[in-house]
Design a protein around this ligand. Structure first.
Ligand SMILES: NC(=O)c1ccc[n+]([C@@H]2O[C@H](COP(=O)([O-])OP(=O)(O)OC[C@H]3O[C@@H](n4cnc5c(N)ncnc54)[C@H](OP(=O)(O)O)[C@@H]3O)[C@@H](O)[C@H]2O)c1
Length: 301
């Protein structure tokens, strides 16, 4: 009998939610691995939730017994308190080891575009370390590398629209000539599920068909939401100062210095042909009415 159970980290999160929904639609059962399983009880009868249990690898492995594919979205956007990138790497390794012990057949891992152990940015170095660990694990794998994910529940595009709707002046960090290549969350989930059933080990960029400079991205969203904001440019450090102050007001971290520097260093564009189809411009124009109407907070309380 073919096993019908897959595990997804963060079914309440941005990407995990879409992967889980698509798996359910395909007739699979889903095991949700999360920091707060108690909050996840309303996800329906075919989703069972378990804690990450990073401090109890044996229990985690026990809970993963019977899982066919592990879809791993687990990561942190920035370091905060005890949650450092080092800790996120350690936790990721524990999860992968537990999957191996449990006999999970394949790991589908969401990484990031252009990870590198030589990167000046800890996020990208840590992502490279997790990829290395998966490759050496002996478990069959597919690694997907998105740059910037957009779609229902995504914070970046929504919050750019939020500020463009409200501010008289919108300051683009740095020159704004650095490029981004966004991918639609539904396309990413679709690619993840398609790669789950392949036998060979795969590493692929997960990128959409459009490449924007940040200036073009802001101009496109501005037009779509009917913003009259005057667009200016400000030095990266001044942008950090202003967004940090606005973040304190909104109870969020809008950008970290590393994120602004990574943007500015053209990390968010692929040198390979796009692997996903949906254009951000189409999605923005069909969601313009509700884009940025409310602010989406990313930081965890
Ligand atoms: N969003 C983007 O634009 C983007 C761009 C490039 C790469 N990626 C990568 O894509 C993957 C999915 O991203 P996403 O935006 O969909 O992630 P997400 O929903 O925010 O979180 C995914 C998982 O990570 C856990 N998590 C997130 N922040 C955490 C924290 N501070 N402490 C402890 N656990 C935390 C979540 O735990 P809970 O289950 O408890 O919620 C969830 O299981 C990640 O690997 C990310 O690096 C995302």
């Amino acid at each position: 009998m073919v096993n019908s159970l897959d595990a997804v980290t963060g079914v309440g999160g941005f990407t995990g939610k879409v992967i889980a929904r698509r798996l359910l639609e395909a007739g699979r059962d889903v095991l949700n691995i999360t920091n707060h399983p108690e909050k996840a009880s309303n996800l329906g009868p075919r989703i069972r939730s378990i804690p990450f249990d990073f401090d109890h690898p044996d229990r985690l492995a026990q809970n993963l017994t019977g899982v066919c594919t592990l879809y791993n979205t687990y990561w942190i956007r920035f370091e905060r308190g005890e949650m450092t990138f080092e800790k996120a790497v350690q936790n990721s390794k524990t999860l992968i080891e537990a999957a191996k012990t449990a006999g999970v057949k394949r790991i589908v891992h969401i990484s990031v575009l252009n990870p590198s152990k030589e990167s000046p940015f800890p996020y990208y170095r840590a992502k490279a370390e997790v990829e290395e660990f998966i490759k050496a694990s002996g478990v069959s794998y597919a690694i997907l590398r998105p740059a910037m994910i957009f779609g229902e529940g995504g914070v970046l595009i929504n919050n750019l629209a939020y500020f463009l709707r409200r501010l008289p002046v919108f300051a683009i960090p740095g020159s704004g000539e650095y490029k981004v290549q966004p991918v639609y969350v539904e396309d990413l989930a679709d690619l993840a599920i398609r790669l789950a059933v392949e036998d060979s080990d795969v590493i692929t960029d997960a990128t959409g068909p459009e490449i924007y400079t940040f200036n073009e991205l802001v101009a496109m969203i501005k037009k779509a939401v009917g913003s009259r904001a005057i667009i200016v440019h400000s030095p990266i450090m001044l942008s950090l100062l202003v967004t940090t102050a606005m973040g304190i007001f909104l109870g969020d971290i809008i950008f970290t210095l590393d994120e602004l520097r990574a943007l500015d260093s053209n990390q968010l564009v692929s040198s390979s042909p796009p692997t996903c189809q949906t254009a951000l411009s189409e999605w923005v124009s069909s969601n313009a009415d509700r884009l940025g109407v409310t602010y989406l907070r990313d930081v965890r309380k």
